[in-house]
Design a protein around this ligand. Structure first.
Ligand code: SAH
Length: 345
């Protein structure tokens, strides 16, 4: 009969939980830091090679625990230098992440869920439906594996891959602590960005979160009825409430929120769309990031022409805020915004 491995994954434990574990074993609590360094900084999974632990301690750990990892299944290198990664979980499901080098930044875009429950009609991940939440350690492991594979230090992390971070908030919080920890990946909190489709309780919760991570909100239309048509979640969290949440967030944190606005050809780029956006932004402390639609195979949405993009951009330049156009990377490997699921459907 096959023995069932009941060992626990040490990577699934927070720093505090590890300290408790060592305390119970009558070991000094600084061992938690040493263990974190092995697992998260050096990325070493073989407990037997943790040479600053006594042989006895290593044996104890090996008997009761293991150090898990996502399995790197495949990667696709884009012509623009970004790389889409496909990982397999212990449960067998696959997820995707993207490495995006740009000037002196090396950003990893992580997934937080397998698929997504929000069904935004212009996004490929929405088509997959929801298949499960990632654990905090699996979110961090995407960054660790990519840093090892690329042999670089990752400087920025964006929670803009598959899934809605605020619908897996407990695990996302655990991930942020490990990403930020000096003993972990050591990424400054201001270089970590959470992107939400507008889950309002999540925005209020982030306002109280101790680490100063950045927030981006996928607005995509400032007309309630139009927004509902492409983002069903807008019915539950309407624009008026969203605006209040953004105001509260700024009062509490004094950090600018980024509004992401996917430009859909002939759909949300007209004058009335701009006027609604202008009204929505009134009194808000925000930046605006315009994202020309990337193709997902859904033919009811088209990529806007250059002219359409710049017409809307020029209108936005009259607003008292910073406007940028996001040059989505990795389109040729289906690694751009809204395209994660290509290999998984
Ligand atoms: N659920 C979160 C995290 C995913 S982020 C959120 O909605 O913010 C994904 C970003 O890509 C969002 O800003 C989304 O609006 C954008 N996006 C989705 N589909 C896209 C597409 N086909 N082309 C360009 N951007 C897209």
């Amino acid at each position: 009969m096959m023995a069932i491995d009941k060992r626990e994954n040490l990577k699934a434990k927070s720093f505090r939980e590890l300290k408790l574990l060592f305390k119970e074993k009558k070991e000094p609590t600084y061992r938690a830091g040493q263990l974190f360094v092995w697992m998260w900084k050096k990325g070493v999974s073989d407990i037997s090679s943790y040479t600053n632990f006594s042989k006895k301690l290593r044996e104890y750990l090996n008997t009761h625990f293991y150090v898990g990892s996502l399995e790197l299944c495949d990667y696709l290198v884009s012509r623009d230098g970004s790389v889409k990664y496909i990982f397999k979980r212990e449960t067998g499901e696959k997820i995707e992440s993207v490495f995006i080098p740009f000037e002196d930044r090396r950003t990893v875009c992580v997934s937080t869920q397998v698929g997504c429950s929000l069904k935004c009609s212009f996004c490929a991940t929405g088509k997959m439906g929801f298949r499960g939440d990632l654990f905090g350690w699996e979110i961090v492991d995407q960054v660790l594996q990519i840093a090892k594979h690329q042999n670089v230090r990752v400087t920025n992390v964006v929670f803009m891959g598959m899934g809605e971070p605020f619908l897996n908030w407990e695990n996302v919080k655990r991930a942020i602590f490990i990403l930020n920890s000096n003993f972990g990946i050591n990424i400054g909190s201001r270089r970590i960005t959470i992107s939400t489709a507008g889950i309002i309780p999540g925005i209020y919760s982030l306002a109280d979160f101790p680490l100063q991570v950045r927030l981006a909100i996928s607005l995509n239309s400032a007309l309630q009825e139009k927004r509902e048509r492409i983002m069903p979640v807008a019915k539950k969290y309407p624009l008026g409430e969203l605006k209040k949440a953004i105001e509260f967030y700024y009062e509490k944190t004094h950090r600018l929120v980024t509004l992401e606005y996917v430009l859909i050809g002939g759909f949300n780029t007209g004058r009335e769309d701009f006027l609604a956006l202008k009204d929505f932004c009134k009194r808000l402390k925000v930046k605006l990031n315009l994202i020309p639609l990337n193709p997902t195979g859904n033919t009811s949405f088209s990529t806007p022409s250059e002219e359409e993009i710049y017409r809307f951009y020029n209108l936005c330049l009259s607003l008292p805020l910073t406007v940028t156009i996001r040059e989505s990377r990795g389109k040729d490997v289906k690694g751009a915004c809204g395209q994660l699921a290509g290999a998984l459907l």
